[in-house]
Design a protein around this ligand. Structure first.
Ligand SMILES: [Zn+2]
Ligand SMILES: [Zn+2]
Length: 517
């Protein structure tokens, strides 16, 4: 079972438009307008002093227009939210703003909030902010070395404007079906990504114009307007972004990129998902001041940026890429003898043999032609149907393929997927937090009062019985249908016992302490 493809905006749970703290004042939805029905609210924010008028303030810019400097750590402050919002709506020209979702509190050491204008404009353009102030789109990686203008939805004229003057054979590019070599830092993104980035570009333009008093930069109405624009691409759990350029769009839910670009993000090219950020969004809205001050807090943030990829410095795995137009017969003969790959390696043209020469960037070839790189199914079947259906299909396949032992498949599915899930959820259930249904506050233990301490709302579980039991029945069924070890069957039985004892009420009503003596 593989993982399904992904192509979606990055959203935190719950997803905010603004990194501005409103505590519990905005209700469970964390609505800024609801919080601003109060003239002032009390939240924990960093104390800042205005360099021009000396006022104690909390935003980077003082109400007098001066710049503020951070003092001490964060403190609980009463802030004039309604007034700050009125000023922001005035400045942005948004008299009737959409629902702006903010955050309960800031997680960074200095607890410096974003200017509220950013939230107003993000909500207007329906884009969401990640914890570091950027707006991202996540996509599955697919390696690509060649394309035709037709495949990526661009005209010959556009391709030439982007620098693709010649086809792979060196002839002038004149037709949309001529194949060109993808430049290592050019990417072809999902059309849905292009559409989201158009909204992000609209947000950036409004921000430049109305908050910073500068000219608009993108002026994008359709994804095509973003062709040639730069983006920062970033792999999860890393902090090194790599610069790339959008040169086309695909109907696949993926981002086609050169193997060098994928490797430069410290990824092996096997379909992980990376994110794309408009360069200007990254430069204007990213700040370390938003990132949490704990271990791992700086991960998944573009702290450094690689502007030019040096193939010599990327993961050596990408150097194994073979770039011949056809394999020699000797390769197949060697395969027949089960020869060691090293024996045939000298006869194969790989990237490793080109490092340091001009041919490290171009003159790659491929062995098999295709009419369209995105010709396959656009959505994998993995995203459809229930787990039971998927398992049945997989086992049906296992029963048909002679080289596969279906009993072993069942044992692997149960041992590596279902049992860890059952054990993990069982543990999560008994050590879970409770959540307030009204304001969303979470508690590690149920408060003695039985109600939310912040607002008096009802408390509810965060892990439910159904998620604990999710894979129990199917584990039992397939381990009975197929030959698995008694040990494995007993493990499933023991977990079932544990689950039953947790969710079944023992009869204790009529027992008194005396009954035990
Ligand atoms: Zn001031
Ligand atoms: Zn509450």
């Amino acid at each position: 079972m593989a993982r399904p493809e992904k192509s979606a905006p990055r959203k935190m749970q719950p997803a905010p438009h603004s990194l501005f703290p409103i505590g519990h004042e905005g209700g469970a939805q964390r609505l800024l307008l609801e919080a601003a029905t109060k003239e002032t609210i009390e939240v924990e924010v960093g104390l800042r002093i205005c360099a021009s008028c000396g006022k104690r303030w909390f935003l980077p810019k003082c109400s007098c227009g001066g710049h503020t400097v951070s003092r001490n750590g964060p403190t609980r402050q009463r802030i004039p939210l309604a007034e700050v919002l009125r000023t922001a709506l005035d400045r942005t020209g948004e008299s009737k703003p959409a629902d702006i979702k903010a955050v309960q509190g800031m997680i960074s050491r200095t607890k410096t909030p974003e200017p509220i204008e950013k939230g107003v404009l993000r909500a207007k353009h329906d884009v969401y902010v990640f914890k570091d102030g950027t707006t991202r789109f996540d996509m599955t990686n697919l390696p690509l070395t060649h394309f035709t203008p037709q495949e990526v939805g661009i005209s010959v004229e556009t391709a030439r404007r982007l620098g693709y003057m010649r086809d792979r054979g060196g002839g002038p590019l004149e037709r949309e079906d001529q194949t060109v070599e993808l430049r290592p830092q050019d990417i072809v993104v999902a059309r849905s990504c292009g559409e989201y980035l158009v909204r992000v570009a609209g947000f950036i333009d409004d921000l430049l114009e109305r908050l910073y008093g500068l000219g608009r930069f993108y002026e994008a109405k359709a994804p095509e307007d973003l062709l040639g624009h730069l983006v920062v691409t970033l792999a999860p759990h890393t902090s090194g972004g790599v610069l790339a350029r959008i040169v086309g769009f695909t109907d696949a839910n993926a981002c086609f990129a050169h193997p060098y670009l994928i490797a430069a993000r410290r990824r092996n090219c096997d379909g992980d998902e990376d994110s794309v950020i408009l360069l200007l969004d990254c430069l204007v809205n990213f700040s370390r001041a938003f990132l949490p001050d704990k271990r791992g807090g700086l991960m998944d943030a573009p702290l450094v940026l690689t502007t030019r990829i040096d193939p010599n410095e990327i993961d050596k795995e990408a150097h194994n890429l073979d770039v011949m137009p056809a394999y020699p017969t000797s390769l197949y003969e060697a395969a027949e003898r089960f020869a060691h790959p090293r024996e045939i390696e000298p006869q194969i043209d790989t990237v490793s043999k080109r490092i340091g020469s001009v041919l490290q960037y171009e003159g790659f070839a491929y062995t098999d032609e295709t009419s369209d790189v995105a010709l396959g199914p656009l959505a994998s079947a993995y995203g459809e149907g229930s787990m039971a259906e998927k398992i049945d299909k997989q086992l049906e396949l296992a029963l048909r393929i002679r080289a596969v032992d279906p009993n072993d498949v069942v044992a692997r599915i149960v041992v590596h997927h279902f049992l860890p899930d059952l054990i993990g959820n069982l543990k999560a259930f008994s050590s879970q937090q409770v959540r307030c249904t009204k304001c969303g506050e979470k508690y590690r233990r149920i408060p003695l009062r039985g109600k939310c301490l912040a607002c008096g709302g009802n408390l509810t579980l965060t892990v439910h019985e159904s998620s604990v039991k999710k894979y129990l029945e199917i584990s039992k069924r397939i381990s009975q249908q197929f030959e698995v070890s008694n040990y494995l069957r007993q493990r499933i039985d023991l977990i079932e016992d544990a689950i039953t004892s947790l969710f079944t009420n023992d009869k204790t009503q009529d027992l008194k302490l005396d009954d035990f003596f």
